[in-house]
Design a binder for this molecule. Structure first.
Ligand code: PLP
Length: 388
């Protein structure tokens, strides 16, 4: 079996390694403290207290109240829950405004509701990936139930001004949701000062376990549950809590707060060094989203004269893990919808590679990647030149 240690793992937007401190905190809740948090006896109180602590830790990371956190199975469920709640139950209407560059966990439920008679506006982006706020404002109609816009794009790392957009929505009386799966734990977030109604996050994107996520629901905002059941999460998400996963998510949040506060994270400088070196050593290379603000963990690069699937294969042989776009599309022949939206007439979507970094990457790994990537691109170009 191949382990992560033998690879240089530069695909942290797909998922991140579990922090060893998170694993340590999870284990007793898979063995010793197996009580159901809803049970009344003292033994179960340990599980209940652990869930409460996780809620507090997550609230500290987001700058909100613990009661505003609803635990879910991850980003996909959180996104679906918001769209479902807004379109099924908001009296205001049956229209959603979102963007063409959202993750499929927003696009798909929107498309499904479209088939059932709802209306969706998918806003386009410019060549840098930016959305025009005037277009957004113009798209909001009297029957708009929800505006949903990601905080950071999973493929390019481009950041969206969600606090500003939430304010526009508040003034127009429309609910605002942000898919912050790629932003949480990577940039400081203070929800208390914002007009954001809903925010989705996912534990495995910041060194927590997979299948553990949350939805922030502002205390003045109503959420109708996507999963109705035993009344857990104050009736906002049914089902016995996945205590171990929630504990891990809470610990990952606590560690993220620490890393963000200490500002020790050298991820940005590592990313910038990698990007600069590749741009200097490879002709015909460019950064997707270079003209926009980006999260410090992502480098989406386009290379003239290559096809990304072939590049991924060669990099894999050199034991470098990265991707062409989102992990969900790996194996599909379809080029990235995000890069196509940024440049509809170009072929950048077929020539791009996404490298994404975490606090577990090292400068030595950067040195190796800086050495290998140009060689791989060169080899692909030579092969393309030789083929008829
Ligand atoms: C922006 C974004 N939203 C949602 C998701 C889905 O999150 P999860 O894997 O927790 O369902 C992802 C995962 O790649 C993502 O990048």
């Amino acid at each position: 079996m191949i382990t992560g240690d033998e690879f240089i793992y530069l695909d942290n937007n797909a998922t991140t390694p579990l922090d060893p401190a998170v694993l340590e905190e999870i284990l007793p809740f898979l063995t010793k403290y197996y009580g159901n948090p809803s049970s009344g006896y003292a033994f179960a109180a340990q599980a209940r207290k652990a869930v409460d602590l996780a809620r507090e830790r997550l609230a500290a990371l987001l700058g909100c109240e613990p009661s505003e956190i609803v635990f879910t199975s991850g980003g996909t469920e959180s996104n679906n829950a918001v769209i479902h709640s807004a379109l099924q139950f908001e009296p205001r209407g049956k229209h959603v405004v979102t963007t063409a560059v959202e993750h499929s966990a927003v696009l798909r439920p929107c498309q499904d509701f479209e088939k059932r008679g709802c209306f969706v506006t998918f806003l386009g982006v410019d060549q840098h990936g930016n959305v025009d706020l005037a277009d957004l404002e113009a798209a909001i109609r009297p029957e708009t139930a929800l505006v949903s816009m990601m905080w950071a794009n999973n493929e390019t790392g481009v950041l969206y001004p969600v606090e500003k957009i939430a304010e526009i929505c508040r003034q127009k009386g429309v609910l605002f949701h942000t898919d912050a799966v790629q932003a949480v734990g990577k940039i400081p977030i203070h929800l208390r000062d914002t007009a954001i109604n809903f925010l989705s996050l996912s534990g495995h994107k910041f060194h927590g376990p997979k299948g553990a996520g949350a939805l922030y629901v502002n205390r003045r905002t109503r959420l109708s549950p996507l999963i109705a059941g035993g009344g857990q999460e104050i009736g906002r998400r049914g089902g016995t809590e996945n205590v171990a996963a929630i504990v891990g998510l809470g610990k990952a949040a606590e560690l993220a707060v620490r890393y963000l506060e200490e500002g020790k994270c050298s991820i940005r400088s590592m990313r910038d060094r990698f990007e600069k070196a590749i741009l200097e050593s490879v002709s015909g290379a460019s950064v997707n989203g270079a003209g926009a603000l980006r999260i410090p963990t992502t480098s989406s690069l386009s290379f003239e004269g290559i096809e990304s699937p072939a590049a991924l294969l060669l990099l894999d042989r050199h034991r470098i893990c990265c991707s062409a776009g989102s992990a969900c599309r790996t194996g599909s022949q379809e080029a990235s919808h995000v890069l196509r939206a940024m440049n509809p007439n170009g072929d950048g979507a077929r020539r791009s590679l996404r490298f994404s970094f975490s606090r577990f990457n090292t400068e030595a790994e950067m040195d190796r990647a800086i050495e290998v990537v140009p060689k791989v691109i060169d080899k692909l170009r030579q092969t393309a030149a030789l083929s008829p």
